[in-house]
Design a protein around this ligand. Structure first.
Ligand code: UGA
Length: 431
């Protein structure tokens, strides 16, 4: 099939490349000229394991093209996927869908034959209705169909999540459209993916509710981990003990510094904003947002306690600064709250991250990037394990025999027994 993907960010580039890999003809469009030129050279704008190889393979095979030309690209294709960003509006919880709407206004002149317009961007419920209304002012209704097909990719696991999704949700009441999309996703359905056709509004809402539910699980286990710390119970036992109940499930019960990233913080807030418009009180999600926002203060308090409230001139090393492992994404990373607060108290911060230097800290005099993990560790009064990269899991701390290391493991990546037996001062979460 001939597909046009608009927006070469995370969702667009991964989906476009994977669709090409399934044998479709794909044009990925972006208005950032440099990004498009780089993509033609195989330079990927963000870190995602396996993506560069897949882009190169499909670009070389002529199935994947990159362009800045919106209208021509739409004209040449049958299905148009909208994959532009929907960030949180400034000083508000609401999702900013202006990029989507701008695009819709621009594309009407390119609808020269029947086209399926798919929103893969996360958009609030009823956005599809609004898109349809705008397009139908200029285009005959018979010539287009607006569908919601939300994306459930996780950064760092995106290719696998695309190829082996738990479910594919397609929101349309239009039979012809559903048939075409079911065919497009056929190779994934035959590998076992569930295909769910719903109303367009339901599909839009499923995306938000999924992320809100997962965020709730995390906030829930984080609060329970606070209770575990006070009662000498290991959170690992609780996560396993409840997770083995199939109704609860074991995943997303890992405690930590709170959820971050470009999705959970944004989507939980956007859902609250939508609910408010309909005069609905989503009190559980409200508490989840608050609980997660309070979490960094709690972690900070624990850091102060570990350092006996003497922060001035203390050397603190962060292992990993992105919002989670296997990504270079800093959006809503908890350390963007922790590091400035520690600096304010006079701490000296070094950080090591497998994805390199981060511009987010360039204006801080006392924050430096260490290329060498060992020198970063040796330098420190406190080591904070902030993300769960595999290379941190196999670190040989024994080499620092001359020093009694103090480690605060925010991701519980080490065995508590092993660490205390090695004579480290070891702190973790909920145990
Ligand atoms: C999330 C969803 O998992 C995807 O299904 C969805 O498609 C995506 O948002 C999106 O809306 O685009 P992502 O933000 O990439 O994906 O990352 P996750 O792996 O879900 O992690 C989110 C945050 O929760 C991270 O800060 C992570 O460290 C934290 N987390 C996750 C925990 O603290 N504990 C857990 O048990 C799991």
């Amino acid at each position: 099939m001939k597909l046009c993907i608009i927006g070469c960010g995370y969702v667009g580039l991964v989906s476009g490349t994977c669709f090409a890999d399934l044998g479709n003809q794909v044009i990925c469009v972006d208005n950032d000229f440099d990004k498009i030129e780089n993509l033609k050279l195989g330079i990927i704008p963000f870190y995602e394991p396996g993506l560069r190889e897949l882009v190169t393979k499909n670009y070389d095979a002529n199935r994947l093209k990159f362009s800045t030309e919106l209208n021509n690209s739409i004209k040449k294709t049958d299905i148009v996927f909208i994959c532009v960003g929907t960030p949180t509006k400034k000083n508000s919880f609401e999702a900013d869908i202006s990029q989507v709407m701008k695009l819709i206004k621009k594309m009407s002149s390119s609808i020269n034959k029947f086209k399926i317009i798919v929103t893969k961007s996360t958009v609030p419920i009823i956005t599809g209705d609004r898109i349809e209304k705008i397009l139908s002012k200029k285009v005959n209704k018979k010539n287009f169909s607006v569908v919601s097909n939300p994306e459930f990719l996780r950064e760092g696991e995106a290719i696998r999540d695309f190829i082996y999704p738990d479910r594919i949700v397609v929101g349309t009441n239009h039979n012809r459209t559903n048939k075409i999309l079911k065919k497009l996703y056929g190779p994934l359905i035959s590998k076992g993916a569930n295909y769910l056709q719903t109303s367009r509004r339901a599909a839009e809402l499923i995306k938000y509710v999924s992320n809100a539910f997962l965020a709730t699980k995390i906030a829930f286990i984080n609060e329970i981990s606070n209770l575990c710390e006070m009662t000498d119970v290991k959170i690992d036992d609780i996560s396993l003990g409840i997770g083995l109940d199939k109704r609860i499930g074991q995943r997303f019960l890992r405690p930590g510094p709170g959820y971050g990233g470009s999705c959970f913080p944004k989507d939980t807030k956007a859902l609250l904003s939508t609910a408010k418009k309909f005069d609905i009180n989503l009190s559980i999600i409200k508490s989840v947002v608050k609980s997660n926002e309070d979490r960094s203060d709690l972690i900070l308090k624990k850091i102060f306690q570990i350092l006996n409230y003497k922060i001035h001139n203390k050397k603190i090393c962060f292992l990993g600064v992105t919002f989670k492992a296997n990504t270079d994404d800093m959006r809503d990373s908890i350390c963007l709250k922790l590091i400035p607060a520690l600096i304010k108290k006079g701490a000296l911060i070094k950080y090591y991250d497998p994805t390199g230097y981060k511009k987010e800290f360039k204006n801080y005099k006392n924050v430096s990037f260490s290329k060498n993990i060992n020198s970063a560790l040796e330098y420190s009064d406190l080591i904070i394990v902030h993300t769960e990269w595999n290379e941190f899991k196999s670190l040989n701390f024994k080499q620092f025999k001359s020093k009694k290391l103090v480690i605060f493991d925010l991701k519980n990546i080490y065995s508590q027994n092993l660490m205390t037996n090695q004579n480290f001062k070891y702190y973790s979460v909920g145990r």
